[in-house]
Structure formats: structure tokens, C-alpha cells
Design a protein around this ligand. Structure first.
Ligand SMILES: Cc1ncc(COP(=O)(O)O)c(C=O)c1O
Length: 404
């Protein structure tokens, strides 16, 4: 399946140090297909206007916004376009959401976050402590899973919000969201899900998850930098968000401030079209369902190879749940004895391979695992355009590094 896909990504043709560049940096942002670039260029070339006007280009912007909400709703399995709001990025949207939800809380109310989560789903909630709200943190186990016993201990009728990721951007862990949903439901708490690292790799179904809010970010699934928020029908309308009196007061606009990035939103629709084009079906949702199972199979195969190849290298420790688990994101983090992650990534970069070192804002997890002092981990993420040859090349390159 790879060549017709790779062919669509102009940036993959780039040569670095005399070799085609290898992108294992997808968890920090994937490459973009030509169709996404064209959709963005088309807005500036032909129909650059604000929304809600009487003239042709303004009308086109209205259509573009509505189409983008419809496409993202199909990607997430949402009820309809009115459940999808836009923002600058996931972090900004989550701050707005957390501030709005906190206005419904009283001092002494509790919010539950986890040690595994990206700071984007911790910081906005930790901030609420200034209002006397108590924020509790669910622990992390050594195998990269959250401590469910700790979660059961810490959730109570005082818990008003459970904020949790679907997949970890550092260890690839996929959380048992059904179990969390049940506990949140019994406690009467809202469930806010960070799906930034999940949406590009596994089929997302917000109605099946039964969450109140879910956030993701288009630049992780082959689109431009736009944050996306799903709100359960009615959930956003009852929140006191930061907004202007002149704007539309209802969902999905209620949490959107100012003019949106229309060109980028055309790119988001094109990114969903790109994903849908990889599957078969009569509707966009059907195509997405098929496409995500193809993507999952492809990415899992490569991640498995990378995981096993790394594990066999001397002095390498790989983190996170084993790849044999059905639900795991294809993201592999590791350390090498006596070689700091920044040196590993520099060596890889010298061999035309892009990989990240550090904590990737999953800083609490790195602290808890005692990895801060060694510079965090090296992270390699598999995307739809990666190939077996690239994985083999990365393993061989790291073998050279380890052999000294
Ligand atoms: C799991 C996870 N959550 C949240 C974010 C933040 O997303 P954004 O950059 O859109 O604010 C990231 C970004 O790396 C992430 O990986």
C-alpha cells in the first residue's frame, strides 16, 4: 500500500546527506499530502474572505467551515457538524474548555488527571487549583499503563471531571477508556478525552466512548495546525465560555473566538479526505472505518518490527506496553545505556533519520519513570507513509551506534 501513498507526500522526496529523508517524527506532527497543500493554496488563490457575507467568496467560506465540521464529525464518529469546534491548537482549546468547566465548580470539587498525560491535558486542569479546586493525579505503572487501582481509589462523588488521554504520546499506551467512562459515570463526573495521539492511528468513535468532550489536533493526522474539539450535543451550550456578545452563542461556535484560520480548515477537510481515500465505503464514515483498520494493520506491523529490533540491541531499553497488545499506538520510546537521547537523535539525524529526544511534554511520566536526568527518551513514531525498508535502516543505524 505504500508507494501510492508516499507518492502523495512531496516532502518525502527530500534528500538529506545524500539519502531520502526518513520521518519517524510523526508523533510531533506528520508530513502533509499534496491534496492538503492544494486545498490551502486554493483558499488564498480563489476564495479568501471572512464568513457570513452576501458575496461569493464569503459564501464559500461558510460552506468551507460547514464542510470541515462535517468531515471531522465523520472522522470522529460524532453526531453531526454542530458538535465540532475549532481552535488554534488542542492546548488552547483545552485551556478554554477547562476554564469554562471550572466556572461550574465549587471550592473543594475535584478534578482527576493522570501522570501519563501530555501537559496539554494536565496544565489547564492544574491551573484550576487557584479557585480552590482539588486536582488529583492518577499514578503511572512501570509498564506504561496507568494505575487503575489508584484511579478507583481517587475517584469519588466529589470528582467533577476526569481528564485523560486515549493514547500516550510517549509510551503508546492505550488507556482502558470503557473502564474509565464507567467510573466517571458512576461518580457523575464529566469525561474529557485527549485523543491527539490516538486519532491518527486507531478508529475513534466518540459516541462509543461516550465522552462529554474529546480533543485532537489535525497536524498529527496529515493536516495543518488546527485544534479540534468534540462536545456531546448540548454540553457546550451550558458552559460559560470566554466569548463575545456579538458572536454566535450556541455550539459549536460558543467556544470559538475571533476569525478562524479558513485556509487551514480547508486543509483539515482535505486531510480527512486523504484518510477516507485509503478505505472503501459509501459514506465518509464507512471509508474512515475501513481506512483506519488498514492504517492500523500497516503501522502495527512496522511498529512491531521496530520494537523487536530495538529490544534485541545491546543496552537498549524499550518502554511502554508490549506491541502484541491489540490496542497500542505505534510509537516506540527507548533509552540506550550511556548514550543520551539527544546524542542518539543527532546520530540518527546524521543518517537522515528524524526522531525526537526528551519528554515531548509528557514530562510527568518521564519524571515518574526517573528518566529526566538521562535526558528523557528517544521516540520514533510510525505513520502511514513509513516503510519496512525505513524501519530496517533505522535498526541497522542504531546497531552501528550501539556497536560504537
Ligand atoms: C497527546 C497529546 N496531547 C496534546 C498535545 C497538544 O496538541 P497541540 O500541539 O495541538 O496543542 C499533543 C502534542 O504533541 C499530544 O501529543
Amino acid at each position: 500500500m505504500n508507494d501510492p501513498i508516499r507518492h502523495q507526500f512531496p516532502s518525502l522526496k527530500r534528500m538529506v546527506h545524500g539519502r531520502p529523508i526518513v520521518h519517524f517524527d510523526g508523533p510531533a506532527g506528520t508530513q502533509v499530502p499534496q491534496s492538503v497543500i492544494d486545498a490551502i493554496v486554493n483558499v488564498y488563490t480563489h476564495s479568501n474572505a471572512n464568513s457570513h457575507g452576501q458575496f461569493v467568496t464569503a459564501h464559500e467560506t461558510d460552506l468551507l467551515l460547514n464542510r470541515c465540521r462535517t468531515q471531522v464529525a465523520a472522522l470522529l464518529g460524532a453526531e453531526g457538524p454542530e458538535t465540532i469546534s475549532f481552535g488554534a491548537n488542542m492546548t488552547t482549546l483545552n485551556f478554554s474548555l477547562a476554564n469554562a468547566i471550572a466556572r461550574t465548580l465549587q471550592p473543594g470539587d475535584e478534578i482527576l488527571i493522570t501522570q501519563l498525560d501530555h501537559e496539554a491535558n494536565r496544565g489547564p486542569w492544574l491551573n484550576q487549583r487557584r479557585h480552590g479546586i482539588i486536582v488529583r493525579e492518577v499514578g503511572l505503572e512501570e509498564d506504561g499503563n496507568i494505575d487503575y487501582a489508584d484511579l478507583e481509589k481517587k475517584i469519588s462523588e466529589r470528582t467533577r471531571v476526569v481528564a485523560i488521554g486515549l493514547a500516550s504520546n510517549i509510551f503508546g499506551t492505550v488507556n482502558e477508556i470503557d473502564r474509565v467512562r464507567q467510573l466517571a459515570y458512576e461518580a457523575g463526573a464529566l469525561l474529557v478525552v485527549d485523543a491527539v495521539h490516538y486519532v491518527p492511528h486507531l478508529l475513534t468513535d466518540v459516541q462509543d466512548i461516550d465522552c462529554d468532550f474529546l480533543l485532537c489536533s489535525a497536524y498529527k493526522f496529515y493536516g495543518p495546525h488546527v485544534g479540534l474539539l468534540y462536545s456531546r450535543p448540548g454540553a457546550l451550550d451550558s458552559l460559560n465560555t470566554d466569548r463575545l456578545r456579538v458572536q454566535t452563542q450556541r455550539a459549536p461556535n460558543r467556544i470559538e473566538t475571533g476569525t478562524q484560520n479558513h485556509a487551514a480548515l480547508a486543509g483539515v477537510s482535505a486531510a480527512v479526505d486523504f484518510l477516507a481515500s485509503l478505505g472503501q465505503g459509501n459514506t465518509t464514515r464507512e471509508k474512515i472505518i475501513d481506512a483506519m483498520s488498514i492504517i492500523q494493520k500497516h503501522e502495527r506491523g512496522l511498529a512491531q518490527k521496530l520494537y523487536l529490533g530495538l529490544r534485541d540491541l545491546d543496552g537498549v531499553e524499550v518502554y511502554g506496553p508490549p506491541l502484541k497488545e491489540e490496542h497500542r499506538a505505534p510509537t516506540i520510546s527507548f533509552t540506550i545505556d550511556n548514550i543520551r537521547p539527544d546524542a542518539v537523535c543527532k546520530f540518527l539525524a546524521d543518517h537522515s533519520i528524524c526522531a525526537w529526544d526528551g519528554h515531548f511534554y509528557a514530562k510527568r511520566a518521564v519524571e515518574v519513570m526517573d528518566l529526566m536526568e538521562v535526558g528523557g527518551v528517544t521516540r520514533m513514531g510510525i505513520a502511514v507513509y513509513n516503510t519496512e525498508a525505513e524501519v530496517d535502516y533505522a535498526i541497522a543505524t542504531l546497531q552501528k551506534l550501539v556497536a560504537g
